[in-house]
Unconditional design. Structure first.
Length: 58
């Protein structure tokens, strides 16, 4: 079966992050939230068709 090198690379990064966070989903999410705070300029927010932002969840 053919393996896509891009997908394989994404899977490798996912495994590395999971290992570094002891496979704890809470640690993984906290790591993501910290990275989001450091790089706000990279985030994209969707808008409703009327131009308003959806309410944040969580």
């Amino acid at each position: 079966m053919w393996k896509d090198p891009i997908v394989e690379g994404i899977h490798a990064v996912r495994r590395k992050i999971a290992h570094e966070c002891n496979h704890d989903i809470r640690q993984i999410i906290e790591r993501l939230r910290k990275k989001e705070k450091r790089h706000k300029e990279r985030l994209t927010f969707l808008k409703h068709s009327d131009g308003t932002k959806p309410n944040a969840v969580g």
